[in-house]
Every structure is written in C-alpha cells, then in structure tokens.
Design a protein around this ligand. Sequence first.
Ligand code: CP
Ligand code: NVA
Length: 318
Amino acid sequence: MNDRVDRAHFRGRHFLALADYTPPELVELITWAIELKQQRALGHTAQSLAGKTLAMIFEKSSTRTRVSFEVGMAQLGGRALFLSRDDIQIGRGETVADTARTLSRYVDGIMIRTFAQKTVVELARNASVPVINGLTDLSHPCQALADYMTIAESKGALQGRKLAYVGDGNNMAHSLMIGGVKLGVHVAVSTPPGYEPASEVVHIALDAARNGGGHYTYHEDPRDAVRGADVVYTDVWASMGMEAEQHVRERAFESYRVDAQLFGLARPDASFMHCLPAHRGEEVTADVFDGARSIVFDQAENRLHAQKAILLALMSHA
Ligand code: CP
Ligand code: NVA
C-alpha cells in the first residue's frame, strides 16, 4: 500500500468504477485530493486545466455532483458545460455512441450521471476523452472516493477501520464496498432481505479484499453490522428512479433506520456519514444526522477536492 503511483499513469483513463483502480492508485488519488484541499485553504490552486472543458451529462437530478464538478473545473482554470437530457439529442434518441464521438471532438472530458452502468461503459468505449461516472444505478465512485478521503482525514488511517452501511444495497453501498475493501476497511453491510447488494458486486468485493486487505461482511440484523464500527453510513431508502417503490420500501426498511440507539452500538467516537440528499426521520433520525458526530457536510465538501484530483489525474497534461 505504500508504493507511490506515478501520477502520469492516470492520464487519459476513464473513471467508471472503483473496481478499475488498484489499492495504491486509490490511495494516491486520496493523497492528491487532501493536497488540493490544503492548497485551496492556503489560496493556491494551480490553473492546471486552463483551456480545458468538461461536458457534464445529467439524466438525473443533482446538487452536489453538478456544483462540485462545475466549481472544480473553474478553480482549475477550465470550464464545465451542463447538459441535461432535455438539452441534448440523447433525450430524443441520438445514440450514446454518437454522443460520445461528437462530444470528444469538442471537449477534454465527459462526466455522466445516468441510469444503467452499461450506458457509462458504452460512452467510454466510444469516447476519445476520459469519461467519469457521476452516478449510475449500480455505482457512485466519486462519492465513495470523497467518503474514504473524509474518513482518512477524520480517523487518521483507513487500514483496519470498520464502516457499517445500513439500508438499501444500492449504488452507494456498492461503491463503498469495493472502495473499502481495497483500502483495507472492513465494510459491514446490513439490508432488509430482498434489498441486499448485487451479487456481482459482492463477488468483486470479496475478490478485491484479497489484494486490499479489507473485508466485506453481510448482516441481516443492523446491530450486528454497527457494533464496534468507526463509521455508520446510510443512504436514502428509495434512490432516484425508484420513487414508485417509496411506500413499500418505507415498510421494508423501518427497522433499518439509523437512530441514537443503533448508532450507540458503534464506537463512542464513531462518525455518522450520508452521501446526501437525506430524509430526516426516514433513514436517519434528526438527532444523529444533525449531531456532533455527523460529518455529512465534510463529505459533501470533499466531493470538490476528490473530483479535482480525478480531473487532474485524467485530464491534465502538465
Ligand atoms: N451525493 C450526491 O451525489 O449528491 P447529488 O445527487 O446532489 O449530486
Ligand atoms: N442512492 C442515491 C444516491 C444519491 C446521491 C440515489 O441513487 O438516488
């Protein structure tokens, strides 16, 4: 884990899933993000992406992803183009491949938030510039990278930490599982029956754990996941695109709410994390969400720094 990765090694690659990056590469991106955060605090941000443009395709809503990528590009001297599905021809049936080929003639990178992971893969296969996954139904790698940066800042080291994820076995659970096991973290997931993480992701996590030094466990009872955890993480019960299941899910997830009693089983210094947006009273009670050990807005801030590291890694020629 101590082998430093040459930063030139990231150039021109895509950022589609944490599974595509080795443990030392993830450590390097987190190190880079922490450096960028420190430089920003001192008022020094090198304009290393001057003259470069990032296209941002959004097929779902966003506050953090949109603003942090747009501000990140601006801080690095470049610019970002916001393209909702209603603005571009993809919404009227132009293929993902043709969109990728066209945008590649204009821009230096493409960020996309969409439904199917295969759309991101198809975009990347046909683009001649780096493609970044800004969330799919399967994964949210930018958020998980920022989250492990946040844990590293808050806890000092990632190796040997325990992260309990309670709730839906969704995109967030998946990226936290894969990133965590690669970074030496024990990721303990608890979901209601029928809402477990996808089996293909579990296989990747179990396989990745062999190299990363972390491990993955599943627990039907959330108390078993949370006991002794350094971090307790939850996410919405109905992700974007699943709004029609809201009421069914509210019943299924009722005993998976992170409240003071459940959070109390974690270590006394445990942090509460949530990728946001959150629903107080649903997946987490307000006392935990707004409590002294909640680091949810540090996570939100770190999206900016982590993504600046990703943008520089993939797009800079300096
Ligand atoms: N956490 C996250 O990706 O937030 P947005 O949906 O607001 O981008
Ligand atoms: N799981 C949530 C994450 C939002 C950032 C969703 O996909 O809606």
